[in-house]
Design a binder for this molecule. Structure first.
Ligand code: SAH
Length: 252
């Protein structure tokens, strides 16, 4: 097998959750083919007491438990030592999945896809001891403004988004370019057979075979959907393309 194009290391209390959904479909096939590689390690293996304790009560009181700095520090160091030889730090981000982190978006996904690999630390309980983040200079990445019960689902989502950008994972690379966010817009609506379903017909333009009109229609739809649903993206798009939202010519 050739060198994988991208690798992920997972630190978790639930190694059996991996590769989970990423063992199936396109990501799973690519994993089998060795296009990317996944190494999962059990954080608990780095606990030293007889009960393999990984958590303890929060300093200062309060509910729940916190993952211990000593155990995590050792788990992180073992993972870092396990990376391919001569890897440069900037080619291999070290990430803690956390609701406090930078919210994952396609731009960050692309950035990760351009690296050699990534180390993903999955939290549980109330989270992890802050000192580990400082001492190991760990970047925090969030899946969105909601709270999960652990970092594993977030890690799977992040890897899914990255893996599909690896060359060879998706059959037709041109499907990528048209997708939501790639141009800063949401994607246009899709249709397929049957031509009429429950009295609803596929838009006429898509049946015209006229590539220029189809392209223009799709662009219009993308812009309309983005303007209606995601004013934040729309504003950014207008800004980037040097257009002015107030310009009435842009609205039709
Ligand atoms: N007490 C924390 C939440 C802990 S949830 C707080 O209020 O911020 C337990 C673990 O789930 C976290 O350590 C983190 O790894 C993961 N997690 C929860 N929500 C997440 C999100 N939106 N994105 C990424 N990881 C998340």
């Amino acid at each position: 097998m050739t060198e994988p194009l991208w690798q992920a290391q997972i630190l978790t209390l639930y190694p059996e959750m991996f590769p989970g959904p990423l063992g199936h479909s396109l990501a799973g096939k690519a994993l089998d083919q060795g296009l990317w590689r996944l190494d999962v390690s059990q954080i608990r293996d780095h606990a030293h007491d007889k009960h393999h304790t990984v958590d303890d009560t929060p300093a200062g009181g309060g509910p729940g438990m916190v993952m211990r700095a000593d155990v995590l520090g050792e788990a992180v160091d073992a993972a870092l030592a396990d990376r391919p030889k001569d890897i440069r730090e900037e080619d291999w981000p070290l990430v803690y999945l956390s609701p406090r982190g930078r919210v994952l978006d396609q731009e960050l996904v692309q950035e990760f896809a351009g690296k050699k690999g990534i180390t993903l630390l999955c939290g549980r309980f109330e989270g992890i001891d802050e000192r580990v983040l400082e001492a190991r200079n760990i970047m925090e990445v969030s899946l969105g403004d909601f709270v999960l019960s652990g970092g594993e689902v977030a890690a799977l989502a992040l890897m899914d988004a990255v893996v599909r950008l690896i060359p060879g994972v998706i059959g037709q690379p041109d499907t990528l370019a048209e997708e939501s966010f790639e141009a800063g817009l949401l994607e246009y609506p899709h249709y397929t057979r049957p031509r009429v379903w429950e009295g609803r017909e596929i838009p006429e333009v898509l049946q015209s075979g006229h590539h220029g009109r189809i392209k223009a229609w799709r662009q219009e739809q993308s812009e309309r959907l983005t303007r209606e649903r995601r004013p934040d993206l729309w504003k950014e798009y207008l800004h980037r393309s040097g257009k002015n939202d107030m310009d009435p010519a842009e609205d039709d």
